[in-house]
Design a binder for this molecule. Structure first.
Ligand code: ZN
Length: 354
């Protein structure tokens, strides 16, 4: 079904719009999409309930779970309509072709949404256009699907502590992370339009991740309305990003034995989502031993970023109790994004709970 209804210019990057979903895309792998669609595309897929669910996939080119989940859902439904209309944005197919998050020549598709620090980028112009089109359709909810590097459970993220957002997140996972930085992300922009979450589905290429993401999108499509009652306290593990850890761009780093300014422990990503005590060792300082990690506030309320990491006798230690996420062993992810995050448990008002 369906066909292209033409493109609209957006600062040099075109958005192609489709009525329906061409069935020849059902078996195309993300790296091959460029052979079938001209660029970033918005598919308007009909469903019984006309109030659409907005879903974005491949904002990062090498994170394919969202795309494979949508293929699975559409194959399963075949000629039968979805329970709810879906607006599907397929983002960075150029980066997907190269199997990278973002090309060196591009702005990051998940740092380019309204609120971005780089509003003049052509990607930001494209995405402003996407938001305009989608917002005009008054979506029921919004879902952005990602993968990450390193050892992480599947979890949902939101940017507003609202019960509807929590109900949506809870359809995916009991682990829910609240964050306000980085800015320019899909779920923060869409939160101004409708309940919005980002879901993190572990490493790319996993069939069980595809299945989980597909079940989640199906559940959201089938949801008639958000429940009136709050999500029960015991049904959700709510966490808040306190700080973002970065390696300074001019510093070197390694995992294990090789000398570098920062020598992180070999299994750094095994620490993700565990409750760590002060004194937990993250690595050692190498070379002259004079470099320090950049510790950046993860939200506007966290001014005391200094106390999180301490250096003692060449060792790099956690100095406060914290729960890390996204600590990665992928050097490219460290350079392009960050080393990882440190989080705390919070209550529904965003206050830390011990
Ligand atoms: Zn991503």
């Amino acid at each position: 079904m369906g066909g292209s209804t033409g493109s609209a210019g957006a600062g040099g990057l075109e958005l192609t719009r489709y009525e329906g979903f061409p069935s020849n895309l059902l078996d195309v792998a993300a790296p091959d999409l460029w052979q079938h669609i001209p660029g970033p595309s918005l598919f308007d897929i009909p469903g019984r309930n006309p109030e659409p669910l907005f879903v974005s996939v491949l904002l990062h080119g090498n994170e394919d779970t969202g795309w494979t989940a949508i293929q699975e859902i559409l194959k399963k439904h075949g000629a039968n309509p979805l329970p709810r209309r879906m607006l599907l944005f397929v983002g960075n197919i150029e980066a997907a072709k190269a199997n990278v998050r973002t090309l060196d020549t591009q702005a990051d598709y998940n740092r380019s949404w309204p609120g971005t620090r780089y509003p003049e980028a052509r990607e930001a112009a494209l995405i402003r256009h996407v938001v305009e089109v989608v917002a005009a359709e008054k979506p029921f909810a919004s879902i952005d699907i990602h993968n990450n590097t390193g050892n992480n459970p599947h979890y949902a993220c939101l940017n507003v502590l609202d019960e509807r957002f929590l109900h949506l997140a809870r359809l995916f996972s009991r682990t829910v992370v609240y964050f306000t930085r980085p800015v320019g992300v899909q779920s923060a922009a869409m939160a101004k339009v409708c309940p919005a979450v980002t879901v993190e589905c572990g490493v790319p290429g996993s069939p069980s991740a595809t299945e989980h993401a597909a079940e989640f999108v199906e559940a959201a499509l089938a949801l008639d309305h958000f429940p009136e009652h709050p999500v029960p306290e015991q049904d959700v593990d709510l966490l808040r990003t306190a700080v973002i850890l970065r390696v300074p761009p001019d510093a070197s780093f390694s995992y294990g034995d090789q000398d570098a300014d920062f020598r992180f422990i070999a299994e750094l990503d095994r620490l993700n989502f565990s409750e760590l005590e002060p004194g937990t060792k993250l690595g050692e300082l190498g070379n002259a031993g004079d470099r320090r990690l950049a510790v950046i506030p993860g939200g506007e309320m966290d001014a005391d970023v200094e106390g999180y990491i301490e250096y003692d006798n060449g060792g790099i230690y956690l100095a406060r109790p914290a729960i890390p996420a996204m600590l990665t062993l992928d050097p490219r992810a460290v350079r392009l994004d960050c080393l990882g995050y440190l989080m705390h448990r919070i209550d529904r008002q965003g206050r830390p709970v011990e």
